[in-house]
Design a protein around this ligand. Structure first.
Ligand SMILES: [Cu+2]
Length: 437
């Protein structure tokens, strides 16, 4: 296979005539421009969710409708309320007022994806689809693409795996304050129920090359160009989502405005901007340079402990179908049976240094949305085993997909160790129950 003759043909349109829109620009369009090269969306997921989850609507066909907001207070484990910016969804009552993290978006590979996005309150915001490869205006990087306002993002995913989406305007604040969610690209037929499979549940499949790991049954190898949507995929029975994050309450108290780090522009942008006042003309510019988190969470769930402690979240925590694109039963704390294939999707959304440790051997099948050992990059990497107890170091924005399968019962914990990004001081050990029986 080659790039000039790819196995998966995903049609792309020429950008001829739109070049000016696609290059880096200092002042991106701020007012709802039409999406260049707009195609008909084909994402089947919004209609599936509306048909299966009570109360959910799908007002724009084949399209999701997220919105970005600011200024919500969420209660932490000790009762203290902290300032959050949240992503909500206009079609989902459970998510209308925003959730932390934002709803998990699942998309089959190869569809034309549309997100009709509104920015509320202290816009501008963007959505960056981290690891997807959209055109530049749809990539949602502040200062170099659209800043909303309102905008319909368009892209087409071609690699099955784990991604996330987040606001990329003044990222250090907006991402940290909660404007992010998880994003999963699934096999092309993941939402096709015509063969009788359970579209809204498990087992599901993800990309992997497990030819050297016969312990995981159901792996289908073969050729990506064969047309088999399951070539180079493996089924999993249980799925857990661990989004690792840390929160500095001082940042949340002192920088409540979304423009806190927008400098007052001089007459030569980027040269003589005024970094003592923000663009509201106030002496409130906040530099976000000194990060000292004192709250720690996994997938929005608080680790209930002070700095220096070792604490656990509850067993049996799951994510409702309304916040997971209609799929019921995705877990946070792991609860499985012996000889089930368990997929844990890890995302480091923290700014501190993070080490993840499992009580069992895990097989790493994908990193940053690319499955190891699967063409076209399969010659350069392969899945590998990380033995029980050996820490996995992660840094901001990294994803890692690991598989677990145990023939023995187990009642233990995965562990997330947080250390200060500069001093390496120990901050907290967060424990996540893993029960296999
Ligand atoms: Cu934002």
């Amino acid at each position: 296979m080659s790039f000039s003759k790819p196995g998966h043909h995903i049609p792309r349109r020429s950008i001829e005539g739109h070049e000016g829109t696609w290059v880096k620009i200092f002042n991106p369009p701020k007012e709802s421009p039409p999406t260049p090269e707009l195609l008909e969306p084909t994402n089947p997921v919004p209609a599936f969710v509306a048909a299966t989850v009570p109360g959910v609507t799908n007002l724009t066909p084949y399209t999701i409708r997220p919105h970005l907001m600011h200024g919500t207070e969420l209660k932490m484990w000790d009762g203290r309320e902290l300032n959050f910016f949240l992503i909500g969804d206009n079609d989902t009552p459970d998510a209308f007022d925003g959730t932390f993290p934002g709803p998990t978006i699942r998309v089959p590979r190869g569809v034309v994806f549309h997100a009709q996005v509104e920015g509320h309150g202290q816009a501008p915001h963007t959505i960056h689809w981290h690891g997807i490869e959209p055109t530049a205006i749809n990539d949602g990087v502040g200062h170099s693409s659209m800043e909303i306002g309102d905008y319909t993002y368009q892209w087409q995913p071609n690699h099955i795996g784990s991604y996330f989406y987040h606001c990329h305007r003044n990222t250090i604040q907006h991402f940290d304050f909660g404007l992010y969610g998880f994003l999963i690209i699934e096999p092309p037929d993941a939402y096709d129920s015509s063969d009788g499979k359970n579209v809204g549940g498990y087992p599901r499949r993800t990309a992997a090359n497990l030819s050297q790991y016969p312990m995981f049954p159901g792996f289908i190898g073969g050729n990506l160009e064969s047309g088999n949507p399951h070539a180079m995929t493996v089924p999993y029975d249980v799925e857990a989502l661990w989004v690792i994050d840390d929160i500095d309450s001082v940042w949340r108290d002192q920088a409540e405005h979304a423009h806190q780090t927008f400098p007052e522009h001089g007459d030569i942008p980027g040269v003589n901007d005024e970094f003592h006042t923000n663009d509201r003309g106030k002496q409130e510019f906040f530099a976000f340079h000194d990060f000292n988190p004192d709250y720690f969470v996994v997938t929005g769930v608080n680790f209930p402990g002070r700095l220096g402690s070792t604490v656990s979240i509850r067993p049996g925590l799951t994510i409702p179908a309304s916040l997971n694109s209609g799929v019921a039963g995705m877990q946070i704390s792991v609860n499985a049976r012996r000889n089930q294939t368990i997929l844990v999707r890890l995302l480091c959304a923290a700014y501190t240094k993070v080490k993840v440790t499992f009580p069992v051997d895990v097989v790493v099948i994908a990193v940053d949305g690319r499955s190891l050992g699967v063409p076209p990059f399969g010659r350069y990497n392969k899945p590998y085993t990380i033995p029980a107890g050996k820490p996995i170091e992660m840094s901001t924005a990294q994803r890692m997909d690991v598989l677990i399968r145990s023939s023995r019962s187990l009642s233990s914990f995965g562990q997330i160790e947080y250390r200060h990004h500069l001093s390496d001081a120990f901050l907290l050990n967060g424990r996540i129950p893993i029960v296999i029986k």
